[in-house]
Design a protein around this ligand. Structure first.
Ligand code: HEC
Ligand code: HEC
Length: 207
């Protein structure tokens, strides 16, 4: 190993260094080996770079950092307690330190979003209407008000665009029944019918 590489590697392991200046004077981003290892574990279900293949496992890529952070803390302190959260995520989140949770959130927020899929255009059109206009007769507000015009999310309001429809549907069901504790969303979806849930999930998966 060249001496300059050796020095760079040793410096890279010092805490508190967010970047290094290499021999050519170019700042390179520090890649935390602990983060790399953890991300490999997560990839078994959430896919490489947070774009998952199986619809039970939500995409994490391009999700907002503050939402990811809040969810990991809720799994860790066991306040997000729907059955799949318990079965899959309580054990995964329990060993994560606060610092690692922050790093994971920043990592996934930076990854390129999953591409939309779906072909049932009538269902998708009905879902778009729910998303953009809500259901005024049932006093359901437009989802876009909080989740963004393109469902891109913002801070505590999660990105929903390109998310797997079966995952979204399941979350709407467990939020409505209060198995998953999400007070704001619970109020919003109290009167949403199963058909409207299916439609809005199909729309969101398609964008
Ligand atoms: C064995 C499979 C599995 C592994 C490994 C796994 N997860 Fe999960 N994860 C899930 C499932 C299933 C859900 C959905 C839980 C639910 O339905 O409430 C989930 C949900 C999440 C969510 C919430 C997403 C959202 O949109 O609300 C985050 C964040 C998350 N996982 C992060 C991670 C991180 C970080 C790791 C690695 C430390 C990880 N997961 C490892 C299966 C897994
Ligand atoms: C008043 C703001 C608000 C409105 C309006 C709103 N949401 Fe949400 N939504 C939230 C918040 C906040 C969360 C995060 C809940 C948490 O922290 O657990 C959320 C979470 C969700 C989730 C879970 C995402 C995940 O990755 O697990 C889904 C699905 C969802 N919303 C769908 C909808 C749909 C569909 C509508 C319209 C019918 C809607 N939301 C309207 C605020 C809102």
């Amino acid at each position: 190993m060249k001496m300059s590489h050796f020095i760079a590697l040793s410096l890279g392991t010092l805490p508190g260094l967010s970047g290094l200046v290499n021999a050519a004077g170019v700042t390179t981003e520090k890649v935390d080996p602990a983060l790399q290892n953890t991300v490999q574990t997560c990839a078994a279900c959430h896919g490489a770079n947070g774009r998952s293949i199986a619809p039970t496992f939500p995409n994490l890529a391009a999700q907002t950092a503050s939402y990811i952070e809040a969810q990991l803390k809720a799994f860790k302190d066991q306040t997000r307690g729907d059955p799949d959260a318990q079965a899959y995520m309580w054990g995964m989140a329990s060993p994560l330190s606060e610092a690692m949770i922050g790093e994971l959130a920043a990592y996934y927020a930076k990854q390129a979003a999953a591409k939309g899929t779906g072909s049932d255009s009538a269902l998708i059109a009905r879902g778009k209407e729910v998303f953009e206009q809500g259901v005024p007769a049932a006093q359901i507000p437009a989802c876009a008000t909080c989740h963004g015009a393109h469902a891109q999310g913002m801070a505590a309001f999660p990105r929903l665009a390109g998310q797997h429809a079966p995952y979204l549907l399941k979350q709407l069901i467990v939020i409505q029944s209060a198995l998953r504790n999400a007070p704001v969303m619970h109020g919003v979806v109290k009167e949403l019918t199963r058909d409207q849930m299916l439609a809005v999930a199909a729309y969101l998966e398609s964008i």
